[in-house]
Design a protein around this ligand. Structure first.
Ligand code: ACO
Length: 373
C-alpha cells in the first residue's frame, strides 16, 4: 500500500537538478551556483540563458555565437505565419502562445531529435521565437504593424521596441533585461515540473514546452502577475488597506503573495520592488507603486505573507508600457530559458516520472447490468 500523499507534493524532492537552487529560509536563489543578487543587473538575459542551456556563463566569443543563434531564430515558421491572425482574433494570449508554440515544431529541423546538440539548438530557437510570438500576436490583434527584430539588439530591447512601437530608453531596456534574468528559472515550479514530466516520457521539447505554457497560465502560478495589476486597478487608491482586509476577511487570496518554498522575502521581489519604485517615480505618477507598498504592509501584518516574484513584476511591466494581459506571456519569454534547460537535463539522465497515488474510492463494488442501475 502506498504512503499517505503529501498534498501538492510539498517538500517532495521530485528531481535532481544542477540548474537552480533555492534556500527558502534565507530567501536566496542561485542559477548554477551564481547568486541571483550577483546576476541581476549584471548578467544579460542572453548570458543567463546561455548559463542555463549550456552550463557556463559565456565568454565574449560564446556570447557572440549565442547572440547570432538567437538573431537567426527570430522568425516565424510558415504554419505560424499562416495562422497567427486567426489565432490572435480568437484566443487569449496564453491560449494563443500554447497553440503557436505547438505549431512552431513544424518547421524546426531538429524536432524529432532529443540528442543534446539538437536540443540546445531547439532551446535557442524557442528562446528566440517566444518574444517574437508575443509581439506578433499583439500586433495581429491590434492591427498595428510591428517593426522587424533588429539582429544588433538584445532580446529585451527588441521585445520592448516591438510591443510599445517606440525606441525604448536605455534604462528601460536594462530594467526589462533584469526582469528576464529574474524569471529565467526557479527549481521545480509547477510549469517546469510539467515540462519535465512530459520530457521524461521521451517526448519532444516542443511538447514539453506546450505543457509548461499551459501550466504557467494558471493564476496560482504565472497568471498571478496579471491578476496583481487587475487588483490594483480595481482598488480605490485611498482605500487600499480596507480593500485588502475585506478580501482577506472574505477568504480571498491576494495575488502576488505567498510562496510554497520561500518563508521570507523572495529575493527576486527585492529587485522588482526597487525597479517598480524607480519607474513609478520616473513616470511622474507612482500611485500603483505606493498602493503596492501599502498592500505589502497590510498582507504581511495580517497574514505574515511576503510578495512573490509576480507582485512587483506587475507594476514594472505596467510602467514599461506592456499591456496587462501580456504580463504572463512575458513571464514565458523569460522562463523559456529555464524550461528548455530542464528538458535537456531531464533527457540527459532520464527515467519515466510516474508517482504512485493513494486510492480513496470505493472497494468491492458489485457489477450491476445497465437496466438495473
Ligand atoms: N493571500 C491570502 N492567503 C494566502 C495567500 C495569499 N496570496 N497565499 C497563501 N495564503 C494562505 C492560504 O489561504 C492558506 O491559509 P489556511 O491555511 O488558513 O487555509 C495558507 O496561506 C497556505 O496557503 P496554500 O495555498 O495552501 O499554500 P501553497 O504553498 O499551496 O500555495 C501559492 C502557494 C499558490 C503561491 C499561494 O501562496 C497563492 O495562492 N498565492 C497567490 C497566487 C500567487 O501569487 N501565485 C504566484 C506564485 S509565484 C509563481 O508561481 C511565479
Amino acid at each position: 500500500m502506498a504512503d499517505k500523499p503529501t498534498k501538492g507534493l510539498a517538500d517532495v524532492v521530485a528531481a535532481s537538478t544542477a540548474l537552480s537552487d533555492i534556500d527558502g529560509v534565507a530567501g536566496r536563489l542561485f542559477y548554477r551556483g551564481y547568486d541571483i543578487h550577483d546576476l541581476a543587473g549584471r548578467a544579460t538575459f542572453e548570458e543567463t540563458a546561455h548559463l542555463l542551456q549550456h552550463g557556463v556563463l559565456p565568454d565574449r566569443r560564446q556570447l557572440a555565437a549565442y547572440g547570432a543563434e538567437l538573431a537567426a531564430g527570430r522568425r516565424l515558421g510558415p504554419l505560424v505565419e499562416a495562422n497567427i491572425a486567426e489565432i490572435a482574433g480568437s484566443q487569449e494570449p496564453m491560449e494563443a502562445l500554447r497553440t503557436l508554440v505547438s505549431l512552431s515544431s513544424a518547421d524546426d529541423p531538429d524536432k524529432d531529435s532529443n540528442a543534446p546538440d539538437a536540443s540546445r539548438r531547439k532551446a535557442a530557437r524557442l528562446t528566440a521565437r517566444q518574444p517574437l510570438l508575443v509581439a506578433r500576436y499583439h500586433a495581429a490583434r491590434t492591427g498595428a504593424s510591428v517593426p522587424e527584430p533588429d539582429p544588433e539588439l538584445s532580446v529585451a530591447a527588441n521585445f520592448l521596441m516591438q510591443i510599445t512601437g517606440r525606441t525604448p530608453e536605455q534604462r528601460e531596456i536594462e530594467i526589462f533585461d533584469t526582469c528576464l534574468v529574474l524569471h529565467a528559472d526557479h527549481t521545480m515550479n509547477a510549469s517546469t515540473f510539467a515540462a519535465r514530466v512530459c520530457a521524461a516520457t521521451l517526448s519532444d521539447m516542443h511538447s514539453a514546452i506546450v505543457a509548461a505554457i499551459g501550466t504557467l497560465k494558471g493564476p496560482l502560478h504565472g497568471g498571478a502577475n496579471e491578476q496583481v495589476m487587475r487588483t490594483l486597478e480595481a482598488i480605490d487608491p485611498n482605500g487600499v488597506a480596507r480593500a485588502v482586509r475585506e478580501k482577506l476577511a472574505a477568504g480571498q487570496k491576494i495575488m502576488g503573495f505567498g510562496h510554497r518554498v520561500y518563508k521570507t522575502e523572495d529575493p527576486r521581489a527585492t529587485h522588482l520592488r526597487r525597479m517598480s519604485r524607480e519607474l513609478g517615480e520616473a513616470s511622474g505618477d507612482d500611485t500603483y507603486f505606493r498602493m503596492s507598498r501599502e498592500m505589502e504592509e497590510v498582507v504581511l501584518a495580517e497574514k505574515g505573507l511576503y510578495p512573490n516574484v509576480d507582485f512587483y513584476a506587475a507594476t514594472v511591466y505596467h510602467y514599461l508600457g506592456i499591456p496587462t494581459d501580456l504580463f504572463t506571456p512575458v513571464f514565458s519569454v523569460s522562463r523559456m530559458a529555464g524550461w528548455t534547460a530542464h528538458v535537456i537535463e531531464q533527457h540527459a539522465d532520464n527515467r519515466l516520472i510516474r508517482p504512485d497515488s493513494e486510492y480513496v474510492g470505493e472497494h468491492d463494488q458489485k457489477w450491476v447490468p445497465i437496466d438495473e442501475r
